[in-house]
Design a protein around this ligand. Structure first.
Ligand code: CUA
Length: 152
């Protein structure tokens, strides 16, 4: 059997290392249990904005983006709330960005994106559109207003 060329050996060893790194990184990413936004299938698309209270500290926000506003535009929740944001668009592609909470979603017609955010601190959290969507893009804003409940 003819000897293997040394450069072939190098290629094989390098390929093996890269392959192992790849498999390792895929397994690592899967086990990290990181909170990736979900993409919910088209046939469940909603069209009406809605805020649902699940319990005292759990809310669902069904946000609708359209030229050039978000609905609901003001979302009032108590401190410590966990909010599931569902995001869709009625027209073009918009963005759904809450910089302080590292939320960065796209609002796409016929599609729903979802993420979950916990608001531990009181304050006003701006929601902005960060996909250029036309002449009124810069005025697309909404707010999450996190308050300390009055009865506590
Ligand atoms: Cu909507 Cu930019």
């Amino acid at each position: 059997m003819p000897e293997m060329d040394p450069s072939e050996k190098k290629v094989l060893v390098t390929t093996g290392i890269v392959l192992m790194l790849f498999i390792f990184s895929v397994l690592y990413a899967r086990n990290r249990n990181n909170d990736l936004p979900e993409c919910i299938p088209y046939n469940k698309t909603y069209t009406e904005p809605k805020i649902s209270k699940i319990d005292d500290s759990t809310y669902q926000v069904f946000a609708v983006a359209k030229m050039w506003q978000f609905e609901p535009s003001k979302i009032y929740i108590p401190v410590g709330s966990e909010v599931d944001f569902y995001v869709t668009s009625m027209d073009v592609v918009h963005g759904f960005n809450i910089p302080e909470k590292n939320v960065n979603l796209m609002a796409v017609y016929g599609n729903i994106n979802k993420t979950t955010v916990k608001f531990e601190k009181a304050g006003v959290y701006k929601i902005t559109c960060h996909e250029y969507c036309g002449i009124g893009h810069q005025s697309m804003q909404a707010e999450v207003i996190v308050n300390i409940p009055l009865n506590k």
